[in-house]
Design a protein around this ligand. Structure first.
Ligand code: GLU
Length: 425
């Protein structure tokens, strides 16, 4: 069978209708071929699907901002970065000269003034060249490929970067960073000039959506907490002044850049990227926005779409007779998280105080998050304290640490049929 996904991507691209204008305030961008069009998806196991002119490279521009924010968070910690740069939507254009009147911080790291301050937090004690190289290496780790700077775009932008210099001097004037503002703009402009294609961007987005682990190289690029912080900011500030519209229509944490790229990162599911240089009034790629609207609708990708209810988590609950006496056997299935574990707790509450054994069979549990593991351990502890022998059938190790709180472990059995021959007894 041939996967329908590449053909679907082609169809979505073909259905988009172009409009708008390429960005012209950076002279080199005005020379870009406006008809280029490509899209890519990257899945959690590193599988990549592409459509259109996937080989075409373009400058990353503002799409670099979330990744450099991630590097700054990783290096300095969330608290230290928050002291310098906020996380509130600014409600102003991307290059406005505004600082929070009370805190004197840039509103967020996605507007230029915040991104410039963020750049300064990578290798703060290094030279301009060292900082640029750290950013290039960091973004390359997100992409799983060594990225290079487009010198023509860099020269073109730096020669006209009067506005960004004024923003850097403004942040410097309130001690938002300690370095020479000219060096920070130089490094920030290099960061924006890194060349990427849509596949790079899809992998970078999936790395954020994959809790900071690059799905292709398997390298942990940033902590899971950092990835979550970045996605949170993208949810409220990623699409210039259209982020509210975007979140209601598309519902995927996203970032766009004036080069015509757009990325979307749907946690745990997919990283997506589209490239088409013509931009709408707020600066988002016209065809990029349309393609993402389709992805969201066709593939049910809205972040706030409620996941299916986990009502069948208790597969069976039966009495079993074993050589050691009767046992209440409860077989669980599917993903365990707070809401499904709560159902398990309610079922276990019904176990009578009869001193019979209680067996939990997790063979069919597909995943168990931290809170559900703690809830299961708490339930087993409580049942044990009521006088029940506790058996656990857990061949996949869904509950890795089985300590019931006092150094004792539940009895391990290979299956519900072999409860009378527990493995650790
Ligand atoms: N390098 C661009 C600038 O600072 C990036 C802007 C963008 O993509 O929004 O003006």
């Amino acid at each position: 069978m041939r996967s329908p996904i590449p053909a679907y991507l082609e169809e979505v691209l073909n259905d988009t209708v172009d409009g708008g204008e390429v960005a012209s305030y950076i002279p080199e961008l005005a020379r870009a071929n406006p008809d280029r069009l490509s899209a890519a998806l990257c899945m959690a196991d590193g599988t990549i699907y592409g459509a259109g002119e996937v080989e075409t490279r373009f400058s990353i521009q503002s799409i670099s901002k979330p990744f450099v924010y991630a590097l700054a968070l990783q290096e300095n910690g969330v608290q230290a970065v928050m002291e310098r740069i906020g996380v509130e939507p600014s409600g102003e254009t991307f290059n406005s000269a505004s600082l929070d009147p009370k805190t004197q911080r840039p509103d967020n790291p996605m507007v230029n003034i915040g991104a410039i301050a963020t750049h300064a937090l990578v290798m703060p004690d290094g030279t301009c060249a060292e900082r640029s190289e750290a950013v290039r290496r960091g973004l390359s780790a997100f992409a799983g490929r060594q990225l290079q700077i487009d010198q023509a775009v860099y020269s073109s932008e730096i020669s006209t970067a009067f506005r960004n210099h004024s923003l850097a001097y403004l942040v410097r004037s309130v001690d938002g960073f300690e370095q020479d503002p000219r060096e920070i703009v130089e490094g920030y402009t290099r960061q924006c000039s890194l060349l990427v294609d849509v596949r790079d961007l899809a992998v970078m987005a999936m790395t954020l959506a994959n809790s900071g682990v690059n799905p292709v190289t398997k390298e942990r690029v940033v902590h899971a907490d950092v990835a979550q912080q970045v996605l949170s900011v993208l949810t409220t500030c990623g699409m210039y002044d259209a982020t509210g519209d975007w979140m209601t229509q598309v519902g995927i944490p996203a970032k766009s850049g004036v080069g015509g790229g757009v990325i979307g990162a749907l946690p745990g599911q997919v990283g997506a990227a589209v490239f088409s240089p013509r931009l709408d009034d707020v600066g988002n790629s016209v065809r990029g926005v349309q393609a993402f609207e389709r992805f969201s609708k066709d593939m049910g990708m809205h972040l706030l779409k409620a996941p299916p209810l986990s009502k069948d988590v208790v597969r069976t609950a039966t009495m079993r007779s074993t050589a050691l006496g009767p046992v209440h056997a409860v077989e669980l299935q599917g993903p365990l998280r707070f809401s499904s574990a709560e159902r398990v707790m309610r079922r276990l509450e019904q176990v009578p105080h009869d001193n019979y054994g209680v067996a939990l069979d997790l063979t069919r549990v597909s995943s168990a998050d931290e809170v559900s593991r703690r809830m299961l351990l708490e339930a087993m502890r409580s049942l044990r304290n009521e006088g029940h022998r506790i058996y656990l059938v857990d061949p996949k190790g869904s509950v890795p640490d089985r300590d019931l709180g006092d150094g004792s472990l539940p009895l391990q059995a290979a299956s519900l049929d072999t409860l009378d021959t527990p493995r650790n007894h």
